[in-house]
Design a protein around this ligand. Structure first.
Ligand SMILES: NC(=O)c1ccc[n+]([C@@H]2O[C@H](COP(=O)([O-])OP(=O)(O)OC[C@H]3O[C@@H](n4cnc5c(N)ncnc54)[C@H](OP(=O)(O)O)[C@@H]3O)[C@@H](O)[C@H]2O)c1
Length: 353
């Protein structure tokens, strides 16, 4: 393939699509034409990308004619219907939704962790993992290679932008409503009363609160997000029997998903050695100096590319277990950046043909 490949960004007007356009504008340019695609509602809008104003096109089958790579950042039902159409038209699809992630013939890839999986994509589809999973697996993969991962006990601290712009708007509106009243949070019901009925996409107020729920109901009391934290690392790391118990919690943070992890390995671990391993690992940054007040935190990780890792301790009661805390920007590496990296790998592959 001689000319630079053509890229379609499907969902270019959305929250992830907006970060996608920013990344395409700042990274080394490997693309020829870039097509911005969204619903009929947005067709004709002009949006900035790579220093130009591009006109948004409606999602139709022929929008994929001549497209080499199509990145999808759209609701699940839209991805389920349209990603196979794009693939049938000859585009290699990188999808950010959960629809295809566990499909046996769709690779689920983090370029720094399992780039080899990208080669087997018989359906022309590749999936990008859940944002919390990506941040966590970036940290755990190098430790797994050293110690052999066996089990994970996890609590997530997920930001509101994971629930889209509606989540961000709901948090800001609620913070405005509770600001200044120092009695709130000291009596049952007074935060609910101050926030009122407009909860946005959440089942309870999030201002001055945390909500131990994220995702949709799944069997036996689990949530769909908790199952993602179990099933996606298993697939990415090639550990189908990895034991995982996760509790997902939504916290009043705008962007940056965090996770507290108790990881049990097959051999004894060492905290200093783990820090040394992570210092040299790709795509991660070690921030582990509690006495100096240095921890991985969303307010610092937001807008950055790596997974931030800290609070590394060997478990007091198990020499084979590590406890650690991880934070990553769910809109960048947790969504748009991972997809862009995958698209770039595919572009490099196409260039060799
Ligand atoms: N937010 C995160 O942290 C995150 C992380 C990882 C993965 N994801 C996944 O990424 C996807 C997008 O999330 P988001 O937060 O960016 O959502 P969003 O802000 O609601 O954006 C949705 C995008 O999809 C487009 N769209 C909706 N219905 C469509 C239709 N019928 N035909 C064509 N385009 C349509 C919208 O276009 P219009 O503007 O024209 O409506 C918009 O561009 C979801 O699958 C989500 O699960 C999100």
């Amino acid at each position: 393939m001689g000319a630079q490949p053509t890229l379609a960004v499907v969902g270019a007007t959305g929250s992830v699509g907006t970060v996608m356009r920013e990344l395409l504008s700042s990274r080394r340019n490997v693309w020829g034409e870039i097509r911005l695609v969204a619903s009929a509602r947005s067709a004709g809008r002009r949006l900035p990308c790579r220093g130009e104003e591009l006109t948004v096109r409606e999602l139709t089958p022929d929008v994929f004619d001549g497209v080499d790579v199509a990145m999808f950042d759209v609701p699940e039902a839209v991805a389920a219907e349209w990603a196979p159409i794009a693939a049938a038209r000859g585009a290699t699809v990188v999808d950010n939704s959960a629809v295809f992630r566990l499909h046996g013939d769709v690779p689920l890839v983090i370029p720094e962790v399992n780039p080899g999986h990208l080669r087997y994509r018989p359906l022309g589809l590749t999936a990008s993992p859940n944002g919390t999973v990506t941040a966590m697996v970036m940290a755990l993969a190098p430790l797994h290679h050293e110690y052999g991962l066996r089990e994970l006990v996890i609590a997530s601290y997920q930001s509101v932008s994971g629930a889209g712009q509606a989540g961000v708007d709901a948090l800001h509106d609620q913070i405005t409503k509770v600001a200044g009243d120092r009695t709130l949070g000291s009596r049952p019901g007074n935060v609910r009363q101050a926030v009122g009925d407009d909860l946005g996409p959440f089942p309870a107020p999030l201002a001055l609160n945390v909500i131990p729920w994220s995702g949709e109901p799944a069997p036996l009391g689990w949530s769909s997000d908790e199952l993602k934290l179990r099933n996606e690392p298993r697939k990415i790391l090639g550990l189908p029997d990895l034991k995982v118990s996760a509790t997902c919690v939504r916290v009043p943070v705008v962007t940056g998903h965090s996770v507290a992890v108790h990881a049990v390995f097959g051999s004894e671990v060492d905290a200093d050695e783990s820090r040394a391993i992570l210092r040299n690992a790709p795509g991660v940054i070690l921030v582990d100096d509690p006495e100096a007040g240095e921890f991985p935190m969303p307010i610092d990780a937001v807008g950055t590319d790596p997974s931030w890792i800290g609070r590394i301790r060997r478990a007091m009661d198990d020499p084979r277990a590590l406890d650690l805390f991880i934070t990553g920007d769910n809109m960048r590496k947790g969504a748009a950046l991972n997809s862009v990296q995958l698209a770039e790998l595919i572009a490099a592959e196409l260039a060799k043909r």
